[in-house]
Design a protein around this ligand. Sequence first.
Ligand SMILES: C[S@@+](CC[C@H](N)C(=O)[O-])C[C@H]1O[C@@H](n2cnc3c(N)ncnc32)[C@H](O)[C@@H]1O
Length: 253
Amino acid sequence: MAYAPIPSPAREFTASRRLAALADALDPHTFAALAALRGPAPRLCLELGAGTGSVARRLAEQFPRARVVATDLAEPPARSPLGNLEFVRHDVRCDGFPEGKFDLIHVRYLLCDLVERDRILHDMVSWLAPGGRLVVEEPDHSPVYDSPHRAYRTVTLAMVEAQHRYVGTDSLWARELPAHVAATGLTDIATHRTSTTVATGSPMARYWRLSLAELRPLLPPGLDIPAALREADSATFRDHGFTTVRVSAVRRG
Ligand SMILES: C[S@@+](CC[C@H](N)C(=O)[O-])C[C@H]1O[C@@H](n2cnc3c(N)ncnc32)[C@H](O)[C@@H]1O
């Protein structure tokens, strides 16, 4: 069943705050990983499902001589903040790019939501130039399953289930991300896992709350949401939330 939320300014406001909270939680880790990249500077970079565009901007700043193409399903911003950064509307499920075009492709928190994720991963590899690098970062929700916070765990797992049912999200696909990337034939595979803690006031806690607000109409009746919110609001609350699995790999030859 497709999830077709009724468009409304309030929902769009929540969705954009949610994207911003996610970027706040993940950007420090992503930026550090991009800064640590070795090898020749890329000349053409692709950022897929760019969201707020924060990673695309960082790529354009880090590689000022490169051109960065940032895509999203959403309407691109009227004006790009940087001369070497271009935003384009693009549906990665059906819009392609020429083979061998990009020196660096980065994608974060996109494939988990797309049922065509395995085929798209192979497409992305075909868009890499020889010697080009792919960096994929996707969420693995497995730490939620054994969270010691019962109300938080129950509600979060109901959110995971609703996203699976209405969007097609696979919240455990990233658990096997290194194997998925290896299956594409890329080499020099490096894997990293980052915990993005949910704690009072943390960006990930903001993301969790905004996700709950968004998904609430889709959750089953009888869930004790107030108890989960009380738990997560406690000053001592700390939970792994989910981990981000990052895989970096190179197209040889
Ligand atoms: C969870 S957000 C992640 C945003 C950003 N990558 C980040 O990590 O901050 C997923 C983004 O992918 C975009 N998106 C969803 N489906 C897409 C598609 N089929 N093609 C391109 N972008 C898509 C959404 O509009 C949204 O901006």
